[in-house]
Design a protein around this ligand. Structure first.
Ligand SMILES: Nc1ncnc2c1ncn2[C@@H]1O[C@H](COP(=O)(O)OP(=O)(O)O)[C@@H](O)[C@H]1O
Ligand SMILES: [Mg+2]
Length: 370
């Protein structure tokens, strides 16, 4: 019998999407083929403590983590292992890991920080690397990369929170030159629609920017679409990524707000999206181009806004660790494209190893070619 692959599943985390991560991790846990994989669970608390032990995910779901023990992964190559802190703060190796699947959404999980740790530790991991994670997380830098690659986005402007304090009037007149009402204001580095406002006039805009500045130093003011449809495409692969069919989210709120995403449960997913074949092909093409432009790897859910009046498609964002429950858009789009959930997990793990293998073959030191 061949030995099972040791998969480290990391979930929870310090972001506002901690609970969503637990839901995603539950689906992944239940679907990983135990004849192939031995799963080692690590939960990260809201405060950032790493815990492991028996039935970690269950303990997190029930909010009873007292019996778990503190563990860590060391940022040192060749130590692809997890360690427990024993008495006297000594480290004891408890588990070897072949690959890590960070099922973490948002800050400190999807933004390149966790990926940085895994890079230093030299462990294969699922999904985007440091660069793509960080670029996809910052809505402003992401749009700049899209513009540099001729991928259509709405017009936008970056505002720093210090600029709001220094000269609000100046910021407002600049914003009104960039785009027309309704404007959207967003913190650059957040997800789940937190801190996002639709602004219909100057006083809304002022409030919206102040609200966004509670969450980030970097704020986006962008052209709002009055009648936006939300089209999403799943991308899978490394160097030669593939796009799924397109899906559509029909939010149960005025826009796809936090409430519509997680509270009301009134939003509907339409798979496939009821759009023209031509628009779908364009979305797939843009999704792959955007994924490659940010150096994506493994997976990415690419979200678009489709202007209902003009049928023009705008790239909105890429989520490098998208929601991963069995009813989430990312896996559902693959299922509808012919790739069932467990096979999708196999493929993502395979892609993680391929990426790691490429890194191992790179020259790291100066070699005299003469
Ligand atoms: N420019 C826009 N025009 C119209 N609706 C928008 C615009 N930007 C965002 N929205 C709405 O707000 C939601 C959340 O914005 P998004 O940029 O996707 O942030 P998040 O990362 O929080 O999901 C979108 O799904 C969409 O419903
Ligand atoms: Mg979004």
């Amino acid at each position: 019998m061949t030995e099972k692959l040791k998969v480290g599943l990391i979930f929870g985390g310090r972001s506002g999407e901690h609970e969503i991560s637990l839901l995603s991790a539950r689906s992944v846990m239940d679907a990983l083929d135990r004849s192939k994989y031995e799963v080692y669970e690590i939960g990260i608390t809201h405060q950032g403590h790493w815990l492991s032990g028996p039935e970690v995910l269950k303990a997190f779901e029930q909010g009873q983590v007292e019996h778990l023990e503190a563990v860590t992964i060391l940022a040192e190559p060749g130590m692809g292992k997890s360690y427990r802190w024993s008495e006297g703060r000594a480290l004891e190796m408890i588990h070897e890991l072949d690959v890590v699947f960070p099922v973490l959404h948002g800050t400190y999980g999807e933004d390149g920080t966790m990926q940085g740790l895994l890079e230093l530790a030299d462990i294969a991991y699922v999904g985007a690397g440091v660069l793509a994670s960080a670029v996809a997380m910052d809505k402003c830098l992401f749009k700049q990369v899209m513009r540099a690659n001729d991928i259509r986005t709405v017009d936008w402007m970056l505002v720093l929170s210090t600029e709001l304090q220094d000269d609000m009037d100046e910021v407002i007149s600049k914003a009104e030159e960039v785009a027309t009402y309704p404007l959207f204001t967003k913190p650059a580095n957040l997800g789940s629609s937190v801190g996002i406002s639709k602004c219909r006039n100057r006083s809304d805009l002022m409030e919206g920017m102040m609200e966004a500045s509670r969450y980030d130093r970097r704020i986006l003011v962008e052209q709002g679409l009055e009648t936006a449809r939300e089209i999403e495409v799943s991308v899978l692969g490394n160097e030669d990524p593939q796009a799924s069919i397109a899906g559509e989210v029909v939010p149960g709120d005025e826009f796809y707000s936090y409430r519509a995403k997680y509270i009301d449960d009134t939003s509907e997913l339409h798979i496939p999206a009821l759009i023209d074949k031509e628009v779908e092909r364009e979305a797939q093409w843009m999704a792959v181009e955007a994924f490659m432009a940010i150096d994506g790897a493994g997976m990415g859910r690419v979200d678009f806004l489709l202007d209902q009046e003009t049928d023009v498609l705008y790239m909105n964002e890429i989520n490098t660790i998208p929601g991963f429950t069995k009813i989430s858009m990312y896996p559902k789009l693959w299922e509808a494209s012919g790739l069932p959930y467990p096979a999708l997990l196999d493929r993502l793990i395979e892609l993680a190893f391929m990426r790691q293998g490429q890194k191992e073959n790179l020259v790291r030191m100066y070699e005299d070619a003469s």
